[in-house]
Every structure is written in structure tokens, then in C-alpha cells.
Design a protein around this ligand. Structure first.
Ligand code: UDP
Length: 248
């Protein structure tokens, strides 16, 4: 990635590409026979990486790290390298499938509670004619079942694998297993399958436009308050310490 195409936020190299440019990058990877990794870090995840060197290296190892969430866009403004727009994981999934469906893309869905991935699969194949769901697996497993899951993924011959285990579990899982996955674009997409199937609701667009998606989420899922305390800490850390990372 060239300097123009990324911004270093507290040590994490976030892509500065727009949604369209990110989709084009993924389209370029599609079908090239190798494995690519995609993470969509938000403020919480970047702050987690700031506190945990090993996790930071895991994030930075991915081919694509797009800016999920308004907090990351604000951080880029504080650092005077403003991102054009946020590239949220859920939106990226839809924008990518809209284009990739014409190439007959094969998709494996891994994550969320039993039946959610199957339902999400039916919805995606209805929404995007040409997209084929080549396998599903719920996200609850014992560590010793990991190889079996990797074998399932490889046997399904996917072009795209969505790993929806929540952060930081999915990023770590992808990092530990990417070399065993023979090919495909492996994307860590958090609660996207839940959002797609209506298990959880995303903020209305008006809230999203106001940059208040996090507040909506907090109202719906108050148990996230502990995690969300990372948001003000993230903002303050970027404000007071962010510039020194930008120079790296
Ligand atoms: N999940 C999973 N396996 C686990 C823990 C969580 O498949 O061991 C799923 C969970 O069912 C949910 C998603 O991971 O669908 C986490 O969603 P969340 O919105 O919390 O994602 P985050 O905000 O952490 O990216």
C-alpha cells in the first residue's frame, strides 16, 4: 500500500480507499488462486490493537484493513489525513457481492449461532443472483474442531469466506488459519450475518449519517457499555498521541 492509500492510526495501517476502490481491490483478488485477508477495524478494535502489540501485528498483516465506523473517520481528521468515507464491513459485503455475483462467486459462511448462517445464505443467494453459497458452519466450536472447519472450507472450494465470530476472535482465527486455507478472500465481518437475518438491527440510515450508529447500538445492546468505553479513550489517545504514529 502506498503512503497515499493508507493512514496510520495508533499503529494500525488503515486503508484510505473509498468503498468503490475497496470493492475494486477485492475484485482484483477474486479468483487469483491465493488467499487474501480482509479486516474492518473500528475504533474499539484499533484501541485494542494499541494496547496489544501482538493483536496490532495480526491486524496489520491483512491485505485490506478498511475503516469501519465514524470514530475512525474522526480520528483521520484529527490526524489531518481525512478519510473520504468509512467502509463498514456490512456495507462492504453488500457492495462486493453486488459486483462479484456476475462472476459466479462461491461463498462460505462461518460464524454466528446455529441456523443463522444458513438463513443468511438463503437471503444472500436470493439477493445476488449468480452468488452461490458453497457451505455454512455456525461459529461455536471447540479449538480441536478447527482443522475440521478448515477442511470443510477447503472442500467447498470457496472464492470468499466470511468469518463472523466477533472481534478480536475472528481476526485471530483468520490469522492462525489463513495459511491452511488454500484460496479465497477471507473476511472478518463481526455480526454481519446477524444483521442480515434480523437477529440484530442496524441503526436507521439517519442515525448512521449523524455518526450515531454506536449510540443506537448501545441502546439496543446495553451490555456493550464496557466495550464502548474504548471509544472516548480511543478519541483522547488519537488526539494526544496520534501524530507520532502518523509519521511512522
Ligand atoms: N460469535 C460466534 N462465535 C463465538 C462468539 C461470537 O460465532 O464464539 C458470533 C455471534 O453469534 C455474533 C458475532 O459473532 O453473530 C458477534 O457479533 P458482534 O456484533 O458482537 O461483532 P463485533 O462487534 O464483535 O465485531
Amino acid at each position: 500500500m502506498s503512503e497515499k492509500e493508507k493512514i496510520n492510526i495508533l499503529g494500525v495501517d488503515v486503508s484510505a480507499k473509498t468503498m468503490d476502490e475497496t470493492v475494486d481491490e477485492l475484485m482484483g483478488y477474486l479468483g487469483d488462486g491465493s488467499t487474501h485477508t480482509v479486516y474492518t477495524p473500528n475504533s474499539e478494535i484499533i484501541y485494542m490493537a494499541y494496547k496489544d502489540e501482538e493483536f496490532k501485528n495480526i491486524l496489520n498483516s491483512a491485505d485490506v484493513k478498511s475503516a469501519d465506523g465514524i470514530g475512525v473517520v474522526y480520528a483521520s481528521k484529527i490526524l489531518r489525513k481525512p478519510l473520504t468515507e468509512r467502509v463498514a464491513g456490512y456495507d462492504l459485503m453488500h457492495a462486493f457481492f453486488k459486483k462479484a455475483k456476475d462472476r459466479g462467486v462461491r461463498v462460505f459462511l462461518f460464524g454466528s449461532k446455529p441456523t443463522v448462517a444458513e438463513n443468511a445464505g438463503k437471503m444472500l443467494s436470493d439477493m445476488y443472483e449468480g452468488l452461490e453459497i458453497c457451505g455454512t458452519r455456525n461459529g461455536y466450536f471447540k479449538p480441536e474442531e478447527t482443522d475440521e472447519i478448515v477442511n470443510m472450507i477447503n472442500a467447498s472450494n470457496p472464492d470468499v469466506v466470511l468469518v463472523c465470530l466477533g472481534a478480536p476472535k475472528q481476526e485471530k482465527w483468520i490469522y492462525e488459519n489463513k495459511d491452511k486455507i488454500k484460496k479465497g478472500i477471507v473476511m472478518g465481518l463481526g455480526g454481519s450475518l446477524d444483521t442480515l437475518t434480523g437477529v440484530t438491527q442496524r441503526a436507521p440510515e439517519s442515525w448512521q449519517k449523524l455518526g450515531l450508529e454506536w449510540a443506537y447500538r448501545l441502546v439496543r445492546e446495553p451490555r456493550r457499555i464496557g466495550r464502548m468505553m474504548a471509544l472516548p479513550r480511543f478519541g483522547l489517545t488519537v488526539f494526544f498521541k496520534g501524530k507520532r504514529y502518523g509519521k511512522k
